[in-house]
Design a binder for this molecule. Structure first.
Ligand code: MN
Length: 257
């Protein structure tokens, strides 16, 4: 676990950081020689944020975990997990009918990510969950989501921001004494926000770590074990936002412990 020494092909000994797994999504190639070819991918921002924090990024391709019950095997040798952003979770996962405003879901990703979270938690490795990952953590704990904030819970806060995607916009108020406060301090933190859903009923075993000015829950931690989940996108701002990078550094530090 954590900082280990590995042999390179030239047999030099090099110290490397902890192995940080990053969850993926699937989509189709839009351009290039084979448009329409199915692809498994992840936003490069997550990879760069893990690298900048001193971790060794490892991508985890998703698949049907019922057909191939080997998600736990994928975590062999992994020291921490980043659950990434993406599609809306299917409302059936939290006992609701789909409303027209709910975005597209990818059922295989819902199944895979829920299994991945469960596997990471039972292994006891630290988890940083972002955006969809944050919502997934809430759903896994039996909580519910607001399917569309603009129609269900109109607010002055622009949770889907306009302007540059790497520039923090709305603020969140960080809960004193929590896990997030360790990384960024007990501050009003400016964050990059791209979400149209949010936490409605809080899942079991979760503690609120930050809220938006309109009262929306923006971050939680687990009561037991190491898990931090944020609704915003620290990976998008980490290149010039010290407090965005700090979340990944906190994860790498937890993974090294
Ligand atoms: Mn927000």
């Amino acid at each position: 676990m954590g900082h280990v020494t590995r042999s390179t092909s030239r047999d030099a000994r090099v110290a490397s950081g902890p192995r940080i797994a990053i969850s993926t999504t699937t989509g189709q190639e839009l351009s290039g020689p084979l448009p329409g070819l199915p692809r498994t991918n992840v936003s490069t921002d997550y990879v760069d944020a893990v690298l900048a924090a001193g971790g060794v990024p490892v991508m985890l391709p998703l698949f049907d975990p019922e057909r191939y019950p080997i998600v736990d095997d994928q975590l062999e040798g992994v020291d921490a997990l980043v659950l990434t952003g993406g599609q809306d979770i299917d409302p059936s996962r939290y006992g609701q009918e789909r409303r027209p405003e709910c975005g597209e879901s990818l059922p295989v990703r819902d199944a895979y990510d829920l299994r991945l979270l469960e596997a990471a938690r039972s292994r006891g490795i630290p988890v940083l969950a972002i955006c969809r990952g944050f919502q997934l953590v809430n759903v896994a704990g039996g909580g519910t989501l607001v399917q569309d904030l603009p129609t269900d819970r109109p607010s002055e806060v622009a949770h889907w921001q306009s302007g540059a995607p790497d520039q923090p916009t709305h603020t969140v108020s960080v809960t004193p004494g929590g896990l997030l406060a360790q990384a960024v301090g007990e501050v009003d933190l400016a964050v990059v926000s791209y979400h149209h859903q949010g936490v409605d009923q809080l899942g079991r075993g979760l503690v609120v770590e930050a809220t938006a000015p309109d009262g929306l829950v923006e971050a939680v931690r687990a009561e037991q074990g190491w898990l931090l989940a944020v609704q915003w996108h620290p990976e998008m701002s980490h290149r010039h936002d010290r407090r965005g990078l700090a979340l990944f550094e906190l994860l790498v530090s937890a993974a090294s412990g």
